[in-house]
Each structure stands twice: as C-alpha cells, then as structure tokens.
Design a protein around this ligand. Sequence first.
Ligand code: GLN
Length: 404
Amino acid sequence: MKLKVSLRIVSVQLNSQIGQIDETLRRTTVLIDRLKQEVEGQKPPDLVVFPEFALTGYNFKNRSHILPYVCKAGEGPSFELAKRVSKLFGCYTVIGYPEKCEQKLYNSAIVTGPDGSVHFNYRKAFLYETDEQWGCEENPKGFQQFKMKFRARPIDQDSAELSPVDIDLNTSIGICMDLSPYRFEAPFQDMEFSSFNLEKGTELIICPMAWLHSRSITEHTDSEKITPKDIECLLSEQGLSIFGSQGQYQFDFDNRATTKPVSQDITDINRDNPVYSNLDEPDMSNINYWLLRFLPFLSLDVRRNWFQSFADQLLPLKNSYMGMTPKHPWGFAGKNAALVIANRCGVEDCKTIFAGSSGIFKFNGSEDKDNNTDSTNQSVKLFGNLGKGYEGLLMRDIDLMIDR
Ligand code: GLN
C-alpha cells in the first residue's frame, strides 16, 4: 500500500562558541519564540533539527577542554533544550552534544519524542580529526536505523486519500563526518553512509553537522595560502567579529522558495572567488558535495551499463554499490526519502570556517537521463537552504510517498 506522509521540518542553524552556552541558549530562545509565532494557529513542526555540538562549540583541543561540557544521554542543557522544543510543538527534536558514558566520550545526537522524553541516542561512527583530539570514541554499533512515528494518509487505487493512520518511518542520523569516506581513507565510491541507508530502506535521513567551509585552515592546509590573520581581516572587512555572525538571523518559512540548482562545473569555475562572503546565500559547491555523497540516491542512466558490466564481479561482494543492488540497476528507483541537514555556521579560532547552508531535500526516486552528479539531478529536489553565515531557521513542508 502507498501512504503519503506530510512532514513539516525545521532546520536550525547556529553559531555556537566554546564557553558561550548561555549566550547561545539566549539566541536559540529568540529563534524558537519566532518559530512559535510563525506556526501559531497552523500546523506545528513534526521535526526540529539542531546542528552537531549545537550549544557547546566544536573545536575542543583535548579531553580536559571538553570535560566541563559533556553530559550523560538524557541530561544537560542540550537535552533540556530538545525536551522543551519537543513539548512546545509536540514534535521530534534532534540535537548534537558531547556525551560521556562511564569514562567514554562520544560525539552524539539525542532525539526527543513529542512528549519530551528520550526517543533515541545516536553516536557518531566516523570521526573527524577534531573529534580524535579530545578522545572521542567511535559508535561501537556503527550506523544505525530507528523508527519515528508520524501520521500518514493511505492512498487507494483511485488515488484518493483515506483517513490518517500512524506509520513508523525508517530513520537514521548521520553526524557530519559520517557522510565522508571513513578517515578520508576509504574509497570515495564506497559511499558508506548513503549505501547503508539505501540498503536499509531509510526514508528520513537527519544530519546534524559542523561541516567546514572549503577555505578553513586544517592540518592539511598549505599555510602559504591562507593564515588566521587573513581570516580575521576578511571577517572585519564584512563588519563581523572573529566569531563570524551571531544574532543576525535569517528566517525562511516560505514553502515556495526553493533553492536553484547550480551545476558543479559552474561552482568549480567560481571556486577562487571571494572566500567567505554573501553570507545570506548557500554555498552551492558544498551542497553539491553533500549530494555527491548521496550518489546512491541519485538517478544515473549510466547505472544500467555499470549493472551489466559489473554484475558478476562486484555485486556478490556487497549489498549495494553506487546505488546498484544485486537485483536492480538502481535500488532506490521509485522510492522517496527526505534529507535534513542542520549545519552550524560561524568561525572558531580564526581557523575553522563552518559552511552553514543548512537544507531540506527530497530524493524522489524518479529517473533522470542526464547523469548529473550534483544538485541539477532531477531526482533530488532542493526545498530550501539557509545562507552560509547567518544563524536562523528554515522550515519546509514535504510529502513523502511510502510503501508499506
Ligand atoms: N567531513 C567533514 C568536514 O570536512 C567533517 C567535519 C565534522 O565531522 N564535524 O567538514
């Protein structure tokens, strides 16, 4: 049977800084009050997603640096915030926070259910070098799928909508580096996280992120190219503090305002343009990269050829490869899945620039003849994105057609 699930989703973008929990909470309260005002007398959100380490800041240097901020799952300010938001709207809330369990530390995301209680706790499986600095452990369970309950309308043979029923959506969480190749060492085409989701039939993919802008200074940056001083100058030229922008909000509640897809060829040409400006616009090159990491969910005509030539060699080894499954050229054909990205923004240590560009996407499972591996692929719809540099809220209504 086909069912239509109509979800109202909110992605929250924040610029949290280490040592500023109270200030970040204050700005978060402004955002939530604004959301409450917006949905007054209307349908409240079904799901609110906050970024990775949403309240604490991200660049912790070592274990003792992070210890004052860690909490048990279901305790502390991040959980309290999630609980408050869930109870206020009767929705699911997801928020990233540093977790301590016995003596072990994790980069986690807690999920609170519509009544404010703990629904799930996910620990990041693939760690970024910054997580390793403070002794973060990998999720011993690896990627995980869990259920979230929503209302759905069964669709009968005449396409009429019947009265609503409860449905459990197959949901997963990917925290930032979970989307990248394991330790940046695994083959790019293994697409571990998206392949996991394709194989498990995930219908709702939730990504709290602290994803870096491509001009950040990392261990791998050539120091001739960009220095902390350059970043400081760049920020002050735009009238921004060394943290980037805080408290200048971008609210996008307009369901008709979709993001215009931009081909990666064009964003490649523009790569050397101003480093970190037009903060109210999303970073399309970054969005294209995220979508590339979901290649198994994108329609590609060439898969038919791959399927024929690779079938014998590759498919017995894996459950899926680049979206091919042992039986089908494209394992996602005809299905639907939503992707929600809540990324942070701002700058830490005059070094790490976060990419913002939080967004709400739908993979629609329809065929595209063009083989585009970016936002221009017809099988993905970009419902909307926030800009790269401002805190704010993005809200969209999205319909998923689900088979049960
Ligand atoms: N791959 C991510 C990036 O480059 C990792 C960051 C993270 O895990 N927070 O931004």
